[in-house]
Design a protein around this ligand. Structure first.
Ligand SMILES: NC(=O)c1ccc[n+]([C@@H]2O[C@H](COP(=O)([O-])OP(=O)(O)OC[C@H]3O[C@@H](n4cnc5c(N)ncnc54)[C@H](O)[C@@H]3O)[C@@H](O)[C@H]2O)c1
Length: 274
């Protein structure tokens, strides 16, 4: 076995604590969630608020986002995650309002249905911009602020599409694959720099959100909400619930996961195993 260098060893000693806080879980943590006006981002925001976090929700859907944030007692900012300049505004506002950032969930996304033969260049570019560019902008801006408070935890929303590739979601699969490997590179950079910042990716299978309801209608002619017993239909199709993912996201943002970084956490009820 190759001898481990001293720098590698010392690099291993540091990681973990989120924000240098002694609390467990996410209580008191300031956490920014993108794409928070629907589906998984909304479920994450709800669970985080329930567990005592101070949540900043952002989305392009301003009306829905504002109304949901006020119900949850969270803060809302309008944000197009693909807009590089807006990230700086958001981080300045977070710093002004809370003085720190402990957690970031790069969650916003779109899922255009198109394969290698039908994907237009415009769709390719916008999909990569909203997923991959945005996660890059978010991580870079988030780390800058998290460094100041001695640590933090970043969760990048990927997908099982990153692990297997889904033919009808060509650009989406490419973007999610990029997020998966970028997450690992960021995790190790932060470890080397002893920032105390962790970075992990989450890979859900099919989860019952508007995104998947749309896919079911388009690809399988199934309207989940119109089913006689939507809950039974959901289970029959092997589709998970938003809270299944929110539980993982909340865990990764909290102090109990302090020894986990660069990991890919699959939430798919074993779909990619069988
Ligand atoms: N639902 C699933 O089964 C599933 C599976 C794997 C991964 N994901 C990922 O989870 C994330 C959330 O998906 P969801 O299922 O909750 O979808 P959703 O469509 O319910 O919600 C997506 C949210 O992102 C927002 N959004 C879209 N473009 C944006 C932009 N440019 N800037 C800011 N906000 C924007 C939308 O307004 C919406 O509120 C996505 O990254 C998606 O790829 C979802």
């Amino acid at each position: 076995m190759a001898e481990m260098s001293e720098s590698k060893i010392s690099d291993r000693e540091t990681d973990g604590q989120t924000g240098g806080q002694a609390s467990r879980g996410v209580s008191g943590h300031v956490i920014l969630v993108t794409g928070a006006a629907s589906g998984l981002g909304l479920a994450d925001s709800k669970m985080l608020v329930e567990q005592g976090a101070r949540v900043v929700m952002t989305d392009i859907d301003e009306e829905r986002g504002r109304s949901l944030a006020s119900e949850l007692d969270a803060v809302f900012f309008h944000q197009d995650v693909a807009d590089e300049g807006r990230w700086a505004d958001i981080m300045t506002a977070v710093e002004a309002g809370f003085g720190r950032l402990d957690g970031l969930v790069n969650n916003a996304g779109i899922a255009p249905i198109a394969d290698i033969e039908t994907t237009s260049t415009a769709t390719w570019r916008s999909t990569l911009a909203i997923h991959l560019d945005a996660a890059f902008f978010g991580c870079r801006a988030g780390i800058k602020l998290m460094k100041e408070n001695g640590g933090g935890s970043i969760v990048n929303m990927s997908s099982t599409a990153a692990l297997v590739g889904i033919p009808d979601y060509l650009a989406y699969s490419a973007a999610k694959g990029g997020i998966r490997s970028m997450t690992k590179a960021i995790a190790i950079h932060c470890r080397r720099q002893r920032y105390g910042i962790r970075c992990n990716s989450v890979h859900p299978g099919s989860i019952n959100t508007p995104m998947v309801q749309h896919a079911l209608r388009e690809l399988m002619d199934v309207d989940l909400n119109a089913a006689e017993d939507p809950e039974r239909m959901r289970r029959k199709l092997g589709i998970g619930e938003p809270d299944d993912v929110a539980g993982m996201v909340t865990f990764l943002l909290g102090d109990q996961s302090k020894h986990i970084t660069g990991a890919e956490m699959v939430v798919d009820n074993g779909d990619t195993v069988v």
